[in-house]
Design a protein around this ligand. Sequence first.
Ligand code: PGA
Length: 255
Amino acid sequence: MKKKIIIANWKMNYNFYDTTHFLRHLLKFFNHEKEIEKNHQKIIIAPSYPFLHISNQIVQGTNIHIAAQNIHDMEKGSYTGEVSAIMLKSIGINNVILGHSERRTYFNETNKILLEKIYIALKNRLKIIFCIGETLNERNNNKQFISIQKQLEQTIFICSVKEIENFIIAYEPIWAIGTGEVPYYHEVQKMHNHIRLLFKNKYGKFVSDKIHIVYGGSITELNCKEFFKQKDVDGGLVGNSSLNINKFLSIIKAS
Ligand code: PGA
């Protein structure tokens, strides 16, 4: 069976103390719960930039990995306030979230810009958690499948088969992020299956079987089990519920 991947996206929430305290708590839990370790889930935590280095040091040698929440689309230069893939690699960071709807909406990240970021990330050997999702309007007009296909075609699908190994796909309906509203579980399964099929048509069965497609959008400790039961759901990208250690641990246990 495929390893489930549980990703915590802390967004712009935790400070230094919260970050280090949470990670130490998480490690303590893993040390005690041999059962969980046996299940071999992969845990990825995305703290804010200033705490990536210390976070990486804390989780060194464990099954917990650290991801950045963004990179700039250039490697270096006069871009005040920005952080590059090269900088992240220099502190041992190997993962980055790209395409999150908050970045697309508040920072005008188009598919074109995201493709540039993908190139820079791959060039610097960063693994990419790539978010895709439809708006409520698209969903209401039954355009969710075509919207997802377009997002893939204009970004990831320009990559080679070899490069695809570096991606985790996060399907996140935009209307479900931070709202407490979630799609029906069977709808999530249908979309994940659709995404897998698009990968199969483009790259073949080996790739489509292997790629991890996680669900994100108002996952809680109460609903996560049902999501994880769906055949094509390979884990979760968790926002709000990842900010509470007990809720997050329940989600890990359920996976
Ligand atoms: P949420 O966020 O769990 O708070 O809905 C998910 C996300 O933004 O990735």
